[in-house]
Every structure is written in structure tokens, then in C-alpha cells.
Design a protein around this ligand. Sequence first.
Ligand code: PAF
Length: 257
Amino acid sequence: MDGSVGFVPTMGALHRGHLSLIRRSVEENDHTVVSVFVNPAQFLPGEDLEAYPRREEADAKICEIAGVDVLFMPEISSMYGSDEVKLKAPEYLGYILEGNRRPGHFDGVVRVVMKLFGLVGPKRAYFGKKDAQQLVILQKMVNDLFLPVEIVPVDTVREEDGLALSSRNVYLTPEERRRALSISRSLKSASRLIMAGEYDCAKIAEHMLGIMRDIDVEYVRIVDRSFRPLERVEIQNSIILVAARVGKTRLIDNLWI
Ligand code: PAF
């Protein structure tokens, strides 16, 4: 393909969050490639690989309407072979927080994204800030391996009531969805606290936990852009991260400060 290629890797079940990545790519590149591949290598045993929502026809329609030039939907057998050369996520960044809860998950992510980059050869690749740790790891992969790809971070898209869009939101019952709203409420409230001059991370986290008392919070952490824990918020260099279970569904959300 002549001209610049923008790439949006996805696992399908496309929603408005993906659409904002696609729109950005269509705007900024001559061609846009979207991949839909539910990557088994990033699911741990017992996770929702089988149940993960699959909507190939709807995804294809969305891509067509959004002006995507190539929709790539590979089979597992064409992506993975035996006794492969394997890339691993960084030892610190790949195994804290999400990587600690899901050990090996980011190994599977870097493995597939590296393969996809090899196949697509994009100039730019678009990732949502909602998966903050994934975004920072992929940024590091590109820097460490001198890959000629620009990673473009794109803001999280939310429902009107604040819930961050995620393919896993379909698992929530109406009652769980209502309770899940405390996640985005706590982040909003944290940003108001910070604007009012409260920079103490422990106090901010405690305040957020109070707002999320009706859900099962796995962690609230305030880290810098390299994911090192902070004691005090650093403006333009902090991310507030939340992971929580609501019913059987595990949700993550964050705020970049
Ligand atoms: O964010 C996702 O949907 C996936 O982790 C990705 C980047 C498409 C790799 O499978």
C-alpha cells in the first residue's frame, strides 16, 4: 500500500471507544487497517476467552461505515505456530497491577501486537488510554525494539453517566451497571480533590475507596507515567488506576492527571 497506514488492533465487539480510535486513524492516515482477533495468548486459564463477545458481522459493518480500508480477521492457526520465538513483557511493568492479577497477560499482548505490527507495517497504531498499562507497555516495546511505529494514545470514551466503554460491560446486569458507576464517580471526585489542592495519594485513594464501598475494589493506585507508585500527585505525570469486580465482571478505569 502506498501512503501512510494507521492501524487499530482490536479483539472485536466494536463499540464507540473503538470507533474513536478508528476515526482518529482515518483522519491522520492515507489508509486504515483494523484487526479483529480474540488473542488466546493474553487470556489466562479460567478467564473469559470462550465467553468473550464475538460479533464479526456487526464489526465488519461498523468498519465499512467508518471508512476502514482493510479489516483483518485472522484465524488462530495462522497467527500462532509451534516452538515460536517469544517476546516477553518487561519484568516490572508487565507484572505489577494488571500483570500481577493476570500474570502472563501482557506477554500475550506484546506477542500478538508485535506479530500484527509485522503483518500490517503501520506508521501509527492507536490504543485507548483506558488500558493504561497496556498502552505504556506497548510504548516501551516500540522504544526498546526501535520499531518504526508511532503509538497514538486516545482518550477513554464514556457513557453519558460516566461508565467507561468496554466490551465487557455487556456482562453487567442493570443493578451491577448502576453500582459500577461508582468507579468513574470516584475518579471524578479525585480530580476535584486534586484541583482543590489535595496531592496526598493515600488520602485521595482513601476518599475514592469510600465512594466505591458497594463494589469489590481490587486496587486503587496513583502512579507516574512509568507506573512507579507516587506519594504525591505530580501534575502532567500521574495516572490514577482502579480495578474492581462488580458481580462476576472485572472492570478497570483510570484518570490521567
Ligand atoms: O486492547 C485490546 O483489545 C487487545 O489487548 C489488543 C491490543 C488488540 C491485543 O490483542
